[in-house]
Design a protein around this ligand. Sequence first.
Ligand code: SAM
Length: 282
Amino acid sequence: MCIMNKTAEKVSQLPSIRSFMQQADLTAKKSLGQNFLFDLNLTGQIAAAADLSEGTVFEIGPGPGGLTRALLLAGAQRVIAIEKDRRAITFLDHLVRASDGALELIEGDALTLPLWDIGQAPRQIIANLPYNIATPLLISWLSHAEAFSSMILMFQREVAERITALPGDTHFGRLAVLANWRAETEILFDVPAEAFTPPPKVTSSIVRLIPRNMPLYPCNQATLEKVTQIAFSQRRKMLRASFKPYGGEALLESLDINPQLRPQELDIVDFCRLAERLEPQF
Ligand code: SAM
């Protein structure tokens, strides 16, 4: 039998989100990447992928609060939800009141908030992300990956594949190098477009990232970003051609890297070794 805490019990007794929406103007804005989830089974499935028993859960963009409700129903002790749309902040007042202090809303831009400095460890990020800023958000969190115990995030399927790809995979590129350098990544499940209101044009996927205790190999993230940018901006070229201005074949051979490889064939650790070597030049 599932025993609910007091907050979860109060949240479970709230009228449906749709009934609150009839009294409020919360029509979805494309400019804010608003594609809402109202199906509590689905939001419950996302919340169930996390261990919510301690620490702070950050939700980016609670919108009308479907996922926020699921987090509270699943027993989250502390949820800090960051939302740019003031209409949603006003709308969610009923949920803040029902949460008995478990839910705090911050009106602001998630791109500028240092989540790693807020709340209590273990920190997790769980969100149906606004797709227009999902990748820059992930890259900024990865640069402080050690501050988070997990990230459970909705992306467009194509982006999810680019995050979780391994060397040799078609989708292996900059994002996969950066993500898998700092975290273990996996696609948990797909979410069809019809599950959202309004439906986006593409299928979405939930990705779980579990930050590693240590990066796969120590190097500077900004340098690694530059190295991957050089390598993948010319995907079809051999590494010796892309890195010609930095020493080309001689540079790669001195690192025991086959100069004839194409970037999608190179291991993440070798990208890091290249970054380590080139750092003084960048
Ligand atoms: N979590 C809700 C759900 O699942 O129904 C809404 C998800 S919707 C895809 C993305 C949310 O992020 C919207 O509520 C939007 O207003 C918010 N948002 C967009 N840009 C943001 C930003 N820079 N900072 C914080 N929230 C933002």
